[in-house]
Design a protein around this ligand. Sequence first.
Ligand SMILES: Cc1cc2nc3c(=O)[nH]c(=O)nc-3n(C[C@H](O)[C@H](O)[C@H](O)COP(=O)(O)O)c2cc1C
Length: 303
Amino acid sequence: METMRKFKPEDLTPRQRHHYILGTVNPRPICFASTLDQQGRPNLAPYSFFNVFSSTPPILIFSVNTRRDGSNKDTLSNAAATGEVVINLVNYPMARQMAICGVEYDTGINEFKKGGFTPIPSEVVKPFRVKESPVQFECKVREIKSLSDKPGAANLIIAEALLVHMHEDIFSPEDTIDPLKIDMVGRLGNFNYCHANANSVFAIKQPPADIAIGFDNLPEHLLTSSILTGHYLAMLAGVTQLPSESEIDQLSKNDKVGEFLHKMQEERDPLPMLHKEVLYLLKNKKVTDAWSILLLAEREKLV
Ligand SMILES: Cc1cc2nc3c(=O)[nH]c(=O)nc-3n(C[C@H](O)[C@H](O)[C@H](O)COP(=O)(O)O)c2cc1C
């Protein structure tokens, strides 16, 4: 990414600004907001300017733009009038039906019916929950914050979850939430979405309390390597301690390692060979071995 484009938000057209921001700040989870109007009529609409901002207490925030003509969307009017919303999360099996509920139906039209969803009663607030949704938050509206008075302006709806419902099917045998079972949908730019399937989900085990050594403790020859990218260097920088002398000794007794070091000695520039070996080990998730071979090469004064 050598060449960067640079914009001042005010120099873009509203359409460009909207597209550039939505096309880049993603994937965004989808808040499927269920509200009631003052006459008790149900309303259901998706909002992807959405996230959770606290777990204690559980605070979920989503943002409702005013319509192009400056009028309020139904969700905003209802949340302001009743102080209640049920935030349903959207998974892959629901996605197509959810998109129908994003159509700008007239006030009073019941999007549960338009999208083919099943309304079920909530326990501590009046709006319905969406039965098909894997997670439903019954919320009270804490605050609504308007960010501007121009048409299209965003209004943050700050909601606190009072009661949470989670479908039994999304839990792993260890009682954690299984990302593949919940299969959440994310909103990308334009009409694009993604979801959490076996090809897209990956784990990075880097617990915040385990103090990693960091890039600043990597040898210089690694930082300037054209073979090891940031992704692989992060595997080396993410450890809390280097292998012990006895772990290095153990590896040095391996015949193949001895042969490898011998070949390194014969190279005019042994670094690419070492970096390729480290890359191979890291690709196979052998981080301790990768560090050991690096330290062994250093000990043998090969680098
Ligand atoms: C996936 C998805 C995400 C959306 N996110 C937003 C959003 O964050 N803010 C917004 O104002 N409109 C958003 N919309 C559009 C609203 O859902 C749409 O204007 C809807 O008609 C509003 O319904 P309501 O008037 O019943 O609240 C989104 C639509 C879809 C399909």
